[in-house]
Design a protein around this ligand. Structure first.
Ligand code: AMP
Ligand code: ZN
Ligand code: FE
Ligand code: FE
Length: 284
């Protein structure tokens, strides 16, 4: 099946974050924005958390927006990080939810370590403020970044990343090590469909995809807002070659939070949802 690149108005956005992880909008707020942008189907894909899904679903049935239960899992590879999206997951699956609980704990300990290292380097920041920005959700570097901005140590979230939170900087602490294959396995255990997020983030995209296909990968995030037509066409070709479902989304983290990541800004074809649903049904 060939995939057309089409930059028209999209009705689908399958990559959205809320306050259940590092977004700034509540799960129901994300669905309200989706409805007001004329989106028909969305997936909530918080980092290592399914805690926002019930609220998003309730808002979706009120507002006539289909909400797919999703997740974005952080995994470690030799050259850095790789993010794995899961769609149509069962949020109540015990194998998945026990692991997510571990990841949330490990994210909280990682935040503690980040704050300790920053404090030891003379940067005035408190764990209390980081956790307050986290609002009870999965804690990540963006929450540390917001606390750094508040403390006057950076001019913006991305400035805080550049100064303190990327590999090689004093506040950087790596994630708990989960392999991409283990993430695929967890997503499958919860009846979900596993999709590689923003495939150009990891580098060596063809080799990485071939390896993940051997581990059971189901889809590739082709229609990512930041990717240009040539990049999307290449990824669509790669997806076709490996018989992967091409998906897409904006990676929205809140209104005005990240340039180029506005909700609904990805050109996701309408038939994507049915193709994903088909793979999910085959898996059951
Ligand atoms: P974490 O899961 O704690 O490692 O944080 C990952 C989050 O940080 C993701 O949402 C990324 O989009 C975001 N992020 C990574 N690098 C940057 C950056 N340079 N500026 C702003 N956000 C970033
Ligand atoms: Zn994020
Ligand atoms: Fe990601
Ligand atoms: Fe994301």
């Amino acid at each position: 099946m060939t995939t057309q690149i089409n930059r028209g108005r999209s009705h689908v956005d399958l990559h959205l974050h809320s306050t259940a992880s590092d977004g700034t909008t509540s799960p129901s707020g994300v669905v309200e924005l989706a409805a007001s942008t004329a989106l028909q189907t969305i997936a909530l894909t918080d980092h290592d958390s399914a805690a926002g899904i019930a609220e998003a679903r309730a808002a979706g049935s009120r507002l006539g927006v289909e909400v797919i239960a999703g997740i974005e899992m952080s995994t470690s590879v030799e050259r850095g990080e790789l993010h794995m999206l899961g769609y149509f997951i069962d949020p109540a699956n015990s194998t998945l939810s026990e692991r997510l609980e571990q990841f949330r704990d490990s994210r909280e300990r990682r935040a503690e370590t980040m704050v300790e290292r920053l404090q030891a380097a003379g940067v005035p920041i408190t764990l209390e403020r980081v956790l307050a920005f986290g609002a009870g959700g999965a804690i990540g570097r963006p929450h540390v970044a917001r606390a750094l901005v508040e403390a006057g140590q950076a001019t913006s979230v991305s400035d805080a990343f550049d100064r303190y939170l990327v590999p090689g900087r004093v506040g950087y602490v790596p994630h708990f090590r989960l392999t991409p294959a283990a993430a695929i396995e967890l997503i499958h255990a919860a009846n979900g469909v596993a999709v590689l997020a923003h495939p150009y983030s990891t580098g060596a995209v063809e080799a990485v995809v071939a390896e993940l296909v051997a581990a059971g990968l189901d889809g590739l995030e082709v229609f990512y807002s930041l990717y240009n037509d040539d990049q999307q066409a290449f990824l669509a070709m790669l997806a076709g070659h490996h018989d992967l479902v091409p998906t897409g989304g904006s990676d929205f983290h809140g209104t005005g939070e990240r340039e180029g990541h506005e909700i609904g800004s990805a050109n996701v074809p309408d038939d994507t949802v049915d193709r994903l649903r088909h793979v999910a049904a085959e898996r059951r």
